[in-house]
Design a protein around this ligand. Sequence first.
Ligand code: NQM
Length: 355
Amino acid sequence: MSNGISAMWMRGGTSKGLYFLKDDIPSNKTERDKFLLSVFGSPDKLQINGVGGGNPLTSKVAIVSKSKKPNVDVEYLFLQISVDEALVSNTQNCGNILAGVGPFSIERGLVKPSEGQDETKVKIFMENTGQIAIATVQTKNSSVVYNGSTLIDGVPRPSSPIPLEFLNIAGSLCGSLLPTGNRIDTVNGLDVTMIDNGMPCVIIKASDLKITGHEDTEILEKNSELRKTLEDLRLSCGHIMNLGDVTKKTVPKMTIISKSKAGGIINTRTFIPHRCHSSIGVFGAVSVATACLLDRTITAEISSVPKGDTKICSVEHPSGQTQIVIDFKDKKISSAAILRTARKLFDGIVFSDLN
Ligand code: NQM
């Protein structure tokens, strides 16, 4: 293997990562993981010897290939590169990095842009969970249009919109929407809702953790007692949610809820799982919004439920709000959608320091 591989550095939603073609990256998993750890500079808090930004949100990888499956354009494998451990994990999906998969697939010629139309739909098989997403990418004269006027909270500048639609993402990793069959369980003496509508999440009230839930992320990360309670709870919930031993996994996410302050349906702070998210993950937000739509979950007394069958759910987080649209007819979820943006930052060759 040469120590340099072609890759694109992109912002996808509120995350950043390297996008590779599957054919370009080693097929042997051990070799692939060694290469990625070297490229990102992990393990190291600052990832100073690599391209990673010293934060889980900027230490991510998408591996993309053309699909042979019927009705699917491309396949996307998400990998989380641990910042301070020599760990590459495929045990979760990422809806933010997903936002860059459509543009990357068009840029690399895996998908032909629609002719005569200003948008191209890309059907993506998400390998981590075996589920489908449809991304709508703005295109013109056979090229991706990145510049636009859509703003998402957590990103300071506007770009063109990339709506993402998910058809059936319940039980993505846990096997069912409510892995225990219950809307509330008591684990380690704390009442929680364990839910998976695209992302396994443990939802817990801020008041039960003796915080307001509106604190800055830095304050929460410095609260060692809180972090210990959350990690003990996460390890217990991992087994209960059919995820097994989650010591070295990045799921479930721990979402702390409190009353919204800015008109949203709920306010959140999410540990993903050891750092506190500066906003909220895409599938994490879908799972929390779903809990708010169901009766008798831990969110019941805290959240407000939007009217109508198409529910526009604004989930508040440390940098604003994430809006999720959920089709919820006859108390059943048929689809969910979110608006993201993405930006091409750099296209070239990344190098490892392996011999
Ligand atoms: O939940 C962070 C992110 C994510 C994941 C995380 C994500 C999602 O913001 O779909 O997007 O929860 O690890 O990129």
